[in-house]
Design a protein around this ligand. Sequence first.
Ligand SMILES: Nc1ncnc2c1ncn2[C@@H]1O[C@H](COP(=O)(O)OP(=O)(O)OP(=O)(O)O)[C@@H](O)[C@H]1O
Ligand SMILES: [Mg+2]
Length: 372
Amino acid sequence: MSVPAARGGLENLALSRKEDFQTFVDAPRRQQPDLLLRAQLAALPGERRSAYDRVRREWHANLGPLRTPQLASLHEDLWDIVDSNVQDGDKAKGAVAVDAFPGLGKTTAVLAFAREFHRREIAELGAFTAQGHERWPVCRVGLTGNTGMKDLNRAMLEFFGHPGRQTSTAAQLGLQALDCVLSCEVRLLILDDLHFLKWHKTSGVEVSNHLKWIANEFPVTLLKVGVGLADKGLFSEGETVGETVLAQTGRRTTRLDMPPFTIDTDLGRRHWRQLLLALEQRIVLADAHPGMLADDLSDYLFARSTGHIGSLMTLINRGCQRAQRTGTERLTQDLLDRVKNDAAAEQARQELAYALQSGKATSRPRRTGGAG
Ligand SMILES: Nc1ncnc2c1ncn2[C@@H]1O[C@H](COP(=O)(O)OP(=O)(O)OP(=O)(O)O)[C@@H](O)[C@H]1O
Ligand SMILES: [Mg+2]
């Protein structure tokens, strides 16, 4: 039995600089640790055992990304849009907004896409542009609390490690960012957590204008990611502020959703089951058995996560850590009951748990219902 070394390195990535992004793109897939039976576990000598446990902890903390139907369909849409955006530079390009509630996997799906896109572009076009600059097909900026226009421009320069990022005015910063984007031949500009942009009365128009300027001047597909972007008036044909400006932004932006899992249709229940089956195969616990999640815990896990992948993954990750630490070596309702989940999931749980227990609802598809 081989115990792969703990990897280290990736946990400190903030992905706000191109070098970090490169590391993320180049990181090989994690290797799933071998599954050991209880007797084999017990037979491992001290330091081999702790090395094995360390590798398993790291593995369970990073289960994913799974190719969920939501992720797959988002990727298909993104390929359509990005690949259709290769018109010549003088035409404004279509923008995309991934707008959905927290914890539904927006960032995960978008980064997985960015990684594939980066790899494809580099493989096809080479690591350097014709002018001899490094090629960076993707620029990704994560916004933080109450970012203004200037901070946004600065964050773009920060990604490229541009020296002008400390001193200049907002407009200068914007032009410098444009310069980086042009010389590095960026094709996809991702603004994650865009809802953090200052979006109040007067700055609503300013924001909208700025995004429009980026969309017009930068030869990129602008990919906006955030929560409640529609409510902020990003796509509305008027109403909120500066009617025409916003209408224009709305007309050019395609809105993509990341819905939660649902159990009110058979198709939805089948997707939920497939997710659990895929997840099961990645769990490395000595007493895990096929059907541990998909058959035994399907309703329970749905109630506790309300179909939100973020809450589900948190619960499974913490459950696996506990199962490993306490020697339970499998996931049961008893064990998971003692694991805390995020506040939103806990709050939504009660009502749903009641419906599921009383048989008013089920999370299992018809064919596999009942005994599974
Ligand atoms: N396809 C997936 N496979 C496995 N895990 C996933 C997947 N999508 C999301 N997750 C997990 O769910 C959690 C939340 O995902 P993510 O951060 O992408 O959500 P988000 O929609 O960007 O949330 P927020 O709006 O809070 O930024 C992450 O911990 C991630 O590991
Ligand atoms: Mg996110």
